[in-house]
Design a protein around this ligand. Structure first.
Ligand SMILES: O=C(O)C(=O)Cc1ccccc1
Length: 307
């Protein structure tokens, strides 16, 4: 297997990838952005990409949701949860008092704003492509246009020569980011088998000019006893008011309740895209009524077939 991730080395995405069995010995190619990582999957120059999709403080990573949802040629095959801690790295020779401009990934910035308001209330923010990219720029000895970078504690561990100004600067000690491993849809690799604790991700365009359209989508899941663990609306970019929904539902494509829900979704929104069924990182099994079990669906099909 050949992997890519939001790089360079030392990002949270790389930490997520390294938790995948076998990835530490595999070829790992950093990408400069999430779309660039997914492009490598699409053109088959790698087998899989590890990208951030959701965090417990900021919500969905919209760049990832949009990039995976464009086209139905990608599949999520695994999710990984990474606890997030942040440190502040200064430019060489700078102290906390010298910091006027801080650079990091936008999701990291959102998670240290409280600490910044307390410690560095006047500071300006400069976005970077990733946390590690902002920090390792100081290694090049050139002035990168900012005085400090927010990144993972892994970066100063890998580069002890960096100027560590502060540790544990995250506003929420329980912050967790969810990453997904994405492959090409029909790449010949085995699909993740059902484990009993799975998730299915779909992208569903909201049918337009129809009252109760969202209810029409949701009732496809509700009527089959399929619980949702995330639902987010995103603009399609085509016109004001044109939206799709990115949805995670509990269960696997092989569960009859899920197959029936997906059939229903396709009837009300034929543009629905299936982005994969994969094991839940937390192993939590769904609460199921007996009338939503595979046996109950099979018995009902059998009954109708014999009428
Ligand atoms: O920039 C990184 O290190 C990433 O992997 C993206 C990210 C940034 C902040 C929190 C979680 C993931």
């Amino acid at each position: 297997m050949k992997y890519t991730y939001l790089g360079p080395e030392g990002t949270f995405s790389e930490a997520a990838l390294l938790s995948v069995p076998g990835a530490d010995d595999a070829e790992r190619i950093p990408s400069v952005s999430v779309p660039a990582a997914l492009a490598k999957v699409r053109d088959r120059s790698v087998d899989a990409a590890m990208v951030p999709i959701e965090n417990s403080v900021e919500g969905g990573v919209t760049a990832t949701l949009d990039a995976i949802g464009a086209g139905d040629d990608l599949r999520i095959v695994r999710e990984v949860l990474v606890p997030i801690r942040f440190v502040l790295i200064g430019a060489p020779g700078k102290t906390l008092d010298d910091v006027r401009v801080v650079s990091t990934h936008s999701h990291a910035w959102a998670q240290v704003r409280g600490w910044m308001d307390e410690a560095l209330p006047e500071v300006d923010y400069l976005p970077s492509s990733s946390t590690a990219a902002a920090a390792v720029a100081f290694l090049d000895n050139e002035a990168p246009g900012y005085d400090a970078a927010v990144c993972s504690p892994i970066v100063p561990e890998q580069h002890p020569e960096l100027n560590l100004l502060a540790t544990d600067i995250g506003d929420n000690v329980n912050a967790v980011t969810r990453f997904v491993l994405v492959t090409a849809a029909r790449n010949g690799l085995p699909r993740p088998e059902p484990t009993g604790a799975d998730k299915t991700t779909v992208v569903v365009p909201l049918p337009e000019d129809s009252a109760g359209a969202l209810m029409g989508l949701l009732e496809q899941f509700a009527a089959r006893g399929v619980n949702l663990s995330r639902i987010e609306s995103r603009p399609t970019g085509e016109a004001l008011g044109s939206y799709f929904f990115s949805i995670d539902a509990e269960g696997h494509l092989d569960n009859l309740r899920m197959r029936n829900a997906l059939r229903g979704l396709h009837r009300v929104s034929p543009g629905v895209k299936f982005l994969g069924s994969y094991p839940r990182a937390d192993g939590k099994e769904p609460l199921l009524d007996t009338h939503h079990s595979d046996e109950a669906f099979s018995r009902a099909d059998e009954w109708v077939d014999n009428l």
